[in-house]
Design a binder for this molecule. Structure first.
Ligand SMILES: [Zn+2]
Length: 208
C-alpha cells in the first residue's frame, strides 16, 4: 500500500439552498439556474476563506477547514451568520430588481439557506483542478443535509452543528438540542442555531 493519503482533522461545512428542487422543477430552467449560480457563488465567496472550497454539489457548497482555523465559537458562528445575512439581502435585491415575469424570477423569495457543520477525520484527494474529501465523517455531514430540523422545530434557516463540531469550538455554545438517526452511524447529536433572529439582529444593527 502506498502512503499517499494523510488523515486530517477539521471542520466540514455544507451550505445548502433549500427549496431548490421545487424551484428547478416548477420554473423556467434557464433563469432558475442563473439564480442558483449567482447565489452559490455568493455563498462560496462569503465562506472561502477562511474555509477551503471543495466543490459545488448542485444547490450546496461543500467546504472544510483545518481544526486550528477557528480559535473561538463566535468567529465560526459569525461566519455562518454573515453568510446568511448577505444571502438574504441578495435574495431581496434580486426579487426587487427583476422585471422578468417568468416563474423562476417570481419564486426567488421561496429559496432559503441552511448549514450543516461537523468536525471529523478525513483524507484529502487532490485531483486535476481541485481537491476532494473522503471518509466516514464526510459521508455523515452529507447525510445531515436530510434531517428533521424543520419538521421538529419549525426552524427553516439554521445551522445544525454536531456535538463533534461544538466540542471543538473552544467556547461552548448553548444551542437547542437536536438528534438524528442514520443507517450505519446510529445517533448523531448536536445543536440548532436559528438564523432568522440573527438576521433580524444584524438588520437592526445596520439600521442604527
Ligand atoms: Zn425570469
Amino acid at each position: 500500500m502506498r502512503d499517499e493519503y494523510q488523515a486530517c482533522q477539521g471542520y466540514l461545512l455544507l451550505a445548502d439552498i433549500s427549496g431548490y428542487t421545487e424551484f428547478l422543477t416548477g420554473t423556467e430552467l434557464e433563469h432558475a439556474q442563473a439564480i442558483i449560480h449567482e447565489l452559490t457563488t455568493l455563498v462560496r465567496e462569503r465562506l472561502v476563506p477562511p474555509m477551503k472550497f471543495v466543490k459545488v454539489e448542485g444547490d450546496a457548497i461543500f467546504c472544510y477547514a483545518d481544526g486550528a482555523v477557528f480559535r473561538d465559537a463566535e468567529r465560526f458562528i459569525e461566519l455562518v451568520e454573515v453568510c446568511y445575512f448577505d444571502f438574504s439581502n441578495r435574495l431581496l435585491n434580486m426579487a426587487r430588481n427583476t422585471t422578468c415575469p417568468c416563474s423562476a424570477c417570481a419564486a426567488i423569495g421561496s429559496l432559503d439557506l441552511k448549514f450543516v457543520c461537523h468536525y471529523g477525520i478525513f483524507v484529502t484527494d487532490t485531483e486535476a483542478g481541485g481537491v476532494d474529501l473522503a471518509g466516514a465523517d464526510v459521508i455523515l455531514v452529507h447525510r445531515l443535509l436530510k434531517n428533521t430540523v424543520t419538521e421538529s422545530t419549525g426552524v427553516k434557516a439554521y445551522a445544525l452543528l454536531t456535538d463533534a463540531c461544538l466540542q471543538h469550538l473552544p467556547q461552548a455554545l448553548d444551542l437547542p438540542r437536536h438528534e438524528e438517526h442514520y443507517e450505519s452511524f446510529g445517533v448523531t447529536t448536536g445543536g440548532v442555531h436559528d438564523l432568522k433572529p440573527a438576521l433580524a439582529a444584524m438588520r437592526d444593527a445596520r439600521r442604527h
